[in-house]
Design a protein. Structure first.
Length: 152
């Protein structure tokens, strides 16, 4: 369906676009809280599964959630998401392993560096990789989504 110019109020295409933008903004605003088992919680609320932890890597502090015991599994979320992207699998995995789900620098409860950190995928990967020796972990299974799964 093409755009039809109008004398007043702009084109029908512009009105449709404005309505779509408004709808997307409302959907985005609704996403500012997470729902777990029917209970709405702010995104930066306490961890649903596991315990909130922090580790210092270089000049920055990285937030992660830790649950379970055994061989470690590190969960890295996709771009622009927090560890909460893994909420649905965290409980199940933690009954079999030590699970760490991380927040990127600049996201969630991790530090938000204003200078000296460019937020490139490689920099984020280096920071997260630096967590492992800082926590005394080795032989870790790494699971990622989106750019969190990017290989060498």
């Amino acid at each position: 369906m093409g755009c039809v110019p109008q004398r007043r109020g702009g084109s029908s295409c512009a009105r449709r676009r404005d309505a779509l933008v408004l709808a997307l903004l409302l959907v985005g605003a609704a996403g500012c809280a997470a729902t777990h088992n029917g209970v709405e919680r702010p995104l930066h609320a306490a961890a649903t599964h596991g315990a909130d932890r922090f580790v210092r890597v270089g000049e920055h502090t990285i937030h992660y959630v830790e649950a379970g015991a055994g061989r470690p599994i590190l969960l890295i979320p996709g771009a622009f998401t927090t560890y909460r992207a893994w909420d649905r699998v965290l409980a199940g995995l933690s009954s079999h392993a030590l699970v760490l789900a991380v927040d990127y620098l600049g996201i969630g409860d991790s530090d938000k560096p204003e200078s000296g950190f460019g937020y490139a995928v490689e920099e984020q990967a280096d920071a997260i990789a630096g967590m492992l020796p800082a926590l005394g972990l080795s032989d870790v299974t790494v699971v990622g989504a989106s750019c969190g799964a990017r290989g060498p």
